[in-house]
Design a protein around this ligand. Structure first.
Ligand code: NAD
Length: 282
């Protein structure tokens, strides 16, 4: 029987997942459900999906063997509850969400052991299906977060789909995932949003943004990311984010102190250490 995949939330990531599979020879049907009619139309027009709907109930029409949750993470639990009675007993489900941890265990409780968490470490500040790219996942890490209950066949199926996108698989504990990505992804986004807020506050007499150069633009590029997506990530990974932000504020306070006290050598050391760390990143 022909494979069929349903993407719920046909945006940048869901669209890229579809295009990547198609580019690499996936011959099954790809359907989509989104809350917005115009997005469904656009996704069809772009060849991301063959058919689509704005009604979750239409899961029964599409009869997918795989469902991919690709909407903001704050919507996953309620979508999972709604689709659970509508999908077949053998339907495998995954998600593309940036947060795993407790969310994975909740989704597993709702959807059963054929649910497999995944998080592609790929993306940009762009959102919307219009920005979907077939090459988005090529050579990029794809984190899969099975638990001890995850069905082996479901895991194999999701891993196989990801391999077809050109992604490189890595397996990780869901809780560890949130600690790691809280630090290397969620905090930098929080800091970038906050910096824009601070510069905005100081722009009451002179528009400081008019004078921003490449450094400012590089540093704050990610503050152009989708607010709903990031609100959901911050709230879903709240504990790790707050812990990591506290450590960040200590580092900032240390830097402040060294400048305040004009500790030239220690300040150089602090900056040199950070530079060496940054330069060593691959
Ligand atoms: P996006 O805004 O481009 O797409 C999200 C889509 O979901 C939109 O089309 C929106 O209309 C739809 N949607 C919203 N609520 C819905 C609902 N209740 N039911 C059905 N559809 C709904 O966002 P994106 O960048 O594609 O992000 C999607 C997911 O991928 C998020 O969970 C995010 O955490 C994850 N992710 C994003 C990136 C990235 O860089 N953008 C990277 C890794 C993971």
């Amino acid at each position: 029987m022909q494979e069929s995949l349903l993407i719920i939330g046909v945006g940048f990531m869901g669209g890229s997942f579809s295009l990547a599979l198609q580019k690499n020879g996936y011959k099954g049907n790809i359907y989509g459900i989104d809350i917005k009619e115009e997005i469904v139309k656009e996704a069809k027009h772009l060849g991301v999906i063959s058919e689509g709907s704005v009604r979750l109930e239409d899961v029964t029409v599409f009869k997918p063997d795989t469902v991919v949750l690709a909407s903001p993470v704050g919507t996953f639990r309620s979508i999972a509850k709604k689709i659970k009675p509508l999908i077949g007993n053998n339907t495998v489900i995954t998600d593309l969400g940036s947060v795993k941890g407790k969310l994975v265990y909740d989704l597993q409780r709702i959807l059963g052991n054929l649910y497999v968490g995944s998080h592609p470490i790929a993306g940009t500040e762009k959102s919307g299906v219009i920005h979907s790219r077939a090459d988005l996942f090529e050579g990029k890490k794809i984190i899969l977060t099975p638990t001890d209950k995850t069905d082996t066949k479901a895991l194999e199926k999701i891993a196989f789909l990801w391999e077809r996108t050109g992604g490189v698989l890595e397996f990780m504990d869901p809780t560890l995932h949130d600690w790691i990505f809280g630090a290397v992804s969620h905090v930098p986004h929080a800091v970038a949003f906050a910096l824009i807020d601070a510069i905005d506050k100081m722009s009451n007499t002179t528009d400081l943004f008019r004078y921003s150069g490449a450094g400012f633009k590089d540093f704050t590029r990610i503050a152009a990311s989708d607010p709903i997506m990031w609100r959901d990530i911050f709230l879903e990974n709240k504990e790790n984010l707050l812990k990591t932000l506290r450590v960040y504020k200590e580092s900032l306070a240390k830097l402040e102190e060294l400048i305040e006290k004009e500790e030239r050598e220690k300040l150089t050391e602090y900056l040199q250490k950070a530079k060496t760390r940054r330069v060593s990143l691959k």
